[in-house]
Design a protein around this ligand. Sequence first.
Ligand code: ADP
Length: 637
Amino acid sequence: MQPDASSYRADALIAEDIGAYLDRHQHKSLLRFITCGSVDDGKSTLIGRLLYDSKMIFEDQLAALVADSKRVGTQGQEIDFALLVDGLAAEREQGITIDVAYRFFATDKRKFIVADTPGHEQYTRNMVTGASTADLAVILIDARKGVLTQTRRHSYLVHLIGIRNVVLAVNKMDLVGYSQARYDEIVADYRAFATGLGIADFVAMPISGFKGDNITAASPNMPWYRGPSLIEHLETVALDEEALARAPLRMAVQWVNRPDLDFRGFSGFINSGCVAVGDAVRVLPSGRTSTVSRIVTLDGDLPRAVAGLSVTLCLADEVDCSRGDVITAAAVPLEVADQFEATLVWMADEPMLPGRPYLLKIGATTVAATVTAEKYQVNVNTLEHVAGKTLGLNAIGVCNLALDRAVPFAPYAENHDLGGFIVIDRMSHATVGAGMLHFALRRSHNIHWQALEIGREQLAAQKHQRARIVWFTGLSGAGKSTIANLVAKQLYALGKHCFLLDGDNVRHGLNKDLGFTDVDRVENIRRVGEVAKLMTDAGLIVLTAFISPFRSEREMVRRMVAEGEFIEVHVDTPLALAEQRDVKGLYRKARAGQLKNFTGVDSRYEPPPVPEIRLDTTTLTPEEAAALVVARVLGDG
Ligand code: ADP
């Protein structure tokens, strides 16, 4: 789609369908912004001032805030303002660890939602959450202090999240005698830093939130400043949506209406561009093309629709299209890939572990994903790149990601909806991270799985067996190796082809580069899983005897193979008993502090909640335990 054609359409929309235009205009008149700064920078005072001066603070909201501040004041404008600010600060302090406080106000030109987020480093994730929907960021600086570490950190995050409108509000000008020299110095300082960061432009203004200078109108105290007041700027700044409307069409399909609803339509939110009846479109990832036959909304059919609207598109041809697919302009499709470089912001206490399977939600799709490599972490205070393997709470890193299937995407810088994602823990379903895709890795396009002519079924049939992974898990000394060896012997005696992968034999070779930290344990099991999977592809019954302490990785291996092929065997021996056996003397060493990260001592073991087989070694002999496993392996094959 030519940019000219789409800008013509925006105008045409006004001419032909004023209702739709007004609809959009109403949507456009909401500005979401975030204020960055710490309590000391006067953030609460500024927000209080905006609410107060816009006269949009609701009576009950004010009463509640004032009650919160636990101060009783006399009536009168100045007192009310002070109480309001105290109330905001008190509320912020109480809610500080919860999340982001969103406050609403309006002028006759625009509506505003301001996300008030805590400024300290330990609340980086809150700031990212608050900023993720913002059109603009106000970065507050205390005129007495100038550009600080936190100014740099906040600016970096704002830039990372892709907020293009940045206001540098040099606050507390009343406390530096409204000095133009001081203001110029701070702006120059900030400009040097911002340019290095890639912030192309920002609007600087000298203000006093406390006194109200340059908040709603030009301040008589600073005649040397000729720019707009803060409110004037917020009311008139151009929104990103206009640029989005001119970009090529992208609509992530949220759901598909079934043919039994008398028409087959694809519903979603138009992320960018516009679409008209008769336009050629392409459905990704399949790449099939068609033309738009109808644009349906709750208020009836439209001849055309623009970014920001939710619509249902009907296509002229029967094309496959499901939830998570993206409908694009036919001539300007999106890239489809399964490996990316991305920036990841970690939001969970439990660190990100490369190789661990997570869920990734991008657009309207959720896919399985792993971090294949961490390239570097960013020190958010100095912006230095530092080497790292994991990401802790609030850490930010640049990583390579691998998804389990290819998805259509746009680089985050182009389209936040199709390039931004969240990371979800597979077990708890909690959001543990958020990120931005940079680009697809070239290898993503070049590796194609070799279709084998002699497949795993043939190889297993040749051996008169079904391929299996029999996964023993349990504490050190639980009896995994002992029982697995007995199982291997019995299977061999029965003419079965099996192979025992044991912790020690793998750690001496394939995994000799790995230690016992959480990161290395995850990678250890990931590799073992891949090897076991390859062996099942050869038609073997694979027995593995690894502590494999974490549920996530065992579940990952389970998902690598077909349903029923993975048999999880929990060798359930109480810690006290395993420690008492202490065949290899390892518990003694661990207790003496000579062995770090020992499972059961100073590293976790997560028992499987529903293993296929649970062996209680306090009641079963090794032989009895082995017989149970053999029966299961043969019985259901
Ligand atoms: P792991 O492989 O789980 O680290 P090992 O098999 O190397 O454990 O060690 C388990 C030890 O416990 C062996 O010395 C084994 O003889 C002993 N043991 C005692 N009772 C049992 C039982 N019921 N099942 C398995 N092992 C047992």
